[in-house]
Design a protein around this ligand. Structure first.
Ligand SMILES: [Ca+2]
Length: 199
C-alpha cells in the first residue's frame, strides 16, 4: 500500500483516509495479498482502445457484477488510468453499482484501497458515491473534476478497513450522482491486515 504504516495502524473500522495517490500499491510487511479478490484494476475484458464499452445490470466485468444501472468500462487511451490501461466510470447513462464477492476469514480485518477521479467530460463538478461491505455503507466519497482533464485525471487514493463477518464478503462501489458523467474508480485492492492494522 502507498499508505504509511502509522496511518494504517489507526485505520480502525469506519475510519477513512485519503492521500494523494503515489504509485501502484504493493503489499506492505504484515499484509498478504488476497488471492481470491481479483482485477480491481478493471483490465479485463478489454474495452476498445480510445473508446469505452457500456455494460448494464446483470453483465460482468471479469469478477465484478453490475448490480444496478449501467457503467462505462474505459479502454486504453480514452483517458488516464490510475493503474494499467483501463478504469471504470460508475455512470454509463445513469448511476450504477458494481460488486465483487471474495473469500474472507471471519473476524479478520481487511484494508480496501482504491483510486478515485471523475469523468471530466461534463456534468456537475462534484461526483459522489459510496463503498459498501455486504450491502452496508462503509465510505461515502466525492471528487471535484474542476480543472481535471482526460490526460490529467487527478486520481486520489482512498482507504478504509472492515472486519469480515463471514467466509465471503461482497465489496460494492456505487455512484450517487445522476447523469452520464460519474465518479471513476481504478486500482481497487483488498489486503488482509495482520497484524499491522488489526489493532
Ligand atoms: Ca486499471
Amino acid at each position: 500500500m502507498s499508505f504509511p504504516r502509522a496511518r494504517t495502524a489507526v485505520a480502525a473500522l469506519l475510519v477513512a483516509g485519503a492521500t494523494a495517490l503515489v504509485s501502484p500499491a504493493h503489499a506492505a510487511d504484515g499484509h498478504r495479498a488476497l488471492s481470491r479478490f481479483d482485477d480491481g484494476s478493471f483490465e479485463t475484458p478489454k474495452a476498445p482502445a480510445n473508446a469505452f464499452t457500456n455494460l448494464t445490470t446483470g453483465q460482468t466485468i471479469g469478477p465484478w457484477s453490475i448490480t444496478a444501472g449501467n457503467v462505462d468500462l474505459i479502454g486504453a487511451g480514452f483517458w488516464q488510468a490510475a493503474e494499467g490501461d483501463q478504469s471504470l466510470d460508475l455512470n454509463g447513462s445513469t448511476a450504477a453499482t458494481v460488486a465483487q464477492s471474495f473469500t474472507t476469514v471471519p473476524g479478520t480485518t481487511y484494508s480496501v484501497t482504491y483510486a478515485l477521479a471523475g469523468n471530466p467530460g461534463g456534468g456537475p463538478a462534484v461526483r459522489t458515491g459510496r463503498v459498501l461491505i455486504d450491502g452496508q455503507n462503509f465510505q461515502d466519497f466525492s471528487f471535484d473534476v474542476t480543472g481535471k482533464t482526460r490526460a490529467a485525471m487527478g486520481y486520489v487514493g482512498h482507504q478504509f478497513a472492515f472486519v469480515a463477518q463471514g467466509a465471503s464478503t461482497t465489496l460494492s462501489f456505487g455512484s450517487t450522482v445522476a447523469g452520464a458523467y460519474g465518479p471513476v474508480i481504478d486500482n481497487v485492492q483488498v489486503t488482509e491486515c495482520k497484524p499491522c492494522c488489526g489493532g
